[in-house]
Write a protein that binds this ligand. Structure first.
Ligand code: TRP
Ligand code: ZN
Length: 463
């Protein structure tokens, strides 16, 4: 052994001893920090690496008069690497304390990143529990396209909507759609106000001080952008859909009370959609109709989409219900795959009018084909965050599906529309996953179709 290699061996031995010593001292592994973002092509800092959330337990108390929110988030997660620290996304608010595994954890805030350092590193595979207590007056975010999202104060209370990043304004979490989790949410409000959220209401009680608490359970995995809370004076209605799915609808009184008839159509619409898209993916359904003046758009919040009163119409209802399959159960792997939500929900509208209003899908297709705004970019590649909800995502997305239908025929297309939500039920999917799946059902290569309609920059000469 030469002098040089002997030195190297000695150094290596010393390093190993140090490492082993370090481990013994810490009583476990030495981890590294989880990444501060998941490198989404359009929202690189959204979400966090190094762990996977299984459950959010959110306990919230809200005072509409002052706008103050008091929250505790109990997050159960599993480490996907040896972790020395990890991030949660949180915008605004004040963190009062944090624990990991029951022990106080150091924390630090920078922009929308909350970094937690557990007192002991977490080994890969370990399940752990984080609690963050926080409070403050939540401030909404302004999207790249100028729309507002997050915790929005209304004349009578508040409504929380989170697509694509607004949920970080009211609870800390892994706010990228690829990390879905179950939720339990406990909401305490002043007497006289109603609170609504996703899923099934499992409890309602009056506190000693007169405030009213409701508890909401979301059993199936949910992307955080689909979490919602609505607070105000609401008139509610209940029904049963599909033989066993409880339907809870709510409309802010008195402005939205006129929505009762359309709310009553939800079971019928779901029954129709089950035929086209396969089994309903969730154990609850419904809708929340808020007074106009705050929310500028409807959102497909899981099991219970929210609507401003003026956009609570049948077409929008069909669209948001279709998202329960396309977006909420099959969730885009990245925000670039948003056409898997909006193209499908738009096509669901076309299918609905085909059946109920005798307007064939090809009429919608022809109209969409003729509009210049729909050709600004290919649906599979929105160029920037501000284009997430632009016409090509919706209209050209639906055109892709119509061309697919024309190419493979109604029978195979029907099989694809039902099989896709079955194959990726409660999971995430990419555009590639879809094209691969459609080709496997069709039993043929469809590359020419995708190149022109899904990825092409140019409008084709002929429809
Ligand atoms: N996803 C909603 C829908 O089409 C629309 C939406 C959510 C939206 N956030 C938005 C539209 C922000 C414009 C701006 O059902
Ligand atoms: Zn939509």
């Amino acid at each position: 052994m030469s002098q040089r290699s002997r030195t190297a061996v000695l150094a290596l031995t010393a390093a190993l001893a140090l490492l082993a010593g370090g481990c013994a001292e810490a009583g476990g592994v030495r981890g590294t920090p989880g990444s501060a973002g998941l490198r989404d092509p359009l929202f690189p800092k959204l979400g966090n690496g190094g762990y996977d959330v299984g459950h959010y337990g959110l306990t919230l108390a809200y005072d509409p008069a002052s706008g103050r929110l008091d929250g505790t988030a109990e997050i159960t997660a599993r480490a996907t690497q040896d972790l020395s620290a990890f991030n949660l996304d949180l915008a605004g608010l004040t963190v009062r304390g944090a624990t990991v595994g029951g022990a106080p954890a150091a924390y630090n805030r920078a922009g929308n990143e909350l970094t937690l350092r557990p007192h002991k590193d977490l080994p890969e595979g370990k399940q752990f529990r984080v609690t963050v207590t926080y409070s403050g007056v939540p401030e909404p975010l302004t999207d790249a396209d100028g729309s507002k999202e997050g915790w929005l104060r209304t004349a009578g209370g508040a409504v929380a909507v989170g697509e694509p990043a607004g949920s970080m304004t009211w609870f800390p979490g892994n706010h990228h759609p690829s990390d879905k989790a179950a939720y339990d949410l406990t909401l305490t409000l002043p007497a006289g106000l109603d609170g609504l959220s996703n899923g099934v209401r499992t409890a309602r009680r009056t506190e000693a001080d007169g405030r009213v608490t409701t508890v909401w359970h979301t059993a199936e995995p949910m992307a955080s952008y689909l979490a919602t809370v609505a607070i105000g004076r609401y008139e509610t209605g209940t029904a049963t859909a599909l033989g066993s799915v409880p339907v809870l609808t709510a409309a802010e009184s008195p402005a939205a009370a006129g929505s009762a008839a359309l709310r009553g159509e939800i079971p019928g619409i779901l029954a129709r959609q089950v035929k086209s898209f396969g089994p309903y993916p969730f154990s609850a359904a419904g809708a929340v109709v808020t007074q106009d003046g705050t929310l500028g758009y409807a959102l497909e919040t899981q099991t219970r989409p929210v609507f401003p009163a003026s956009s609570f119409d049948r077409t929008t209802l069909v669209h948001e219900q279709a998202h329960q399959w396309f977006g909420n159960s099959v969730t885009p792997a990245t925000w670039r795959d948003i056409w898997l939500n909006e193209g499908f929900a738009t096509y669901a509208e076309w299918l609905y009018t085909e059946e109920y209003e005798h307007v064939p899908a090809r009429t919608h297709f022809a109209r969409a084909f003729a509009q210049d705004a729909n050709w600004a970019f290919p649906p599979a590649a929105p160029p920037a965050a501000g284009n997430l909800f632009d016409p090509p995502v919706y209209q050209r997305g639906a055109m892709v599906l119509h061309k697919l239908r024309e190419t493979v025929g109604d029978r195979v297309f029907g099989e694809i529309l039902r099989g896709w939500p079955a194959k990726y039920r409660h999971a995430n999917a990419t555009t590639d996953d879809f094209t691969t799946y459609a080709e496997s059902v069709a039993g043929r290569d469809l590359d020419a179709l995708w190149q022109v309609w899904l990825y092409g920059d140019e409008k084709p000469d002929r429809p």
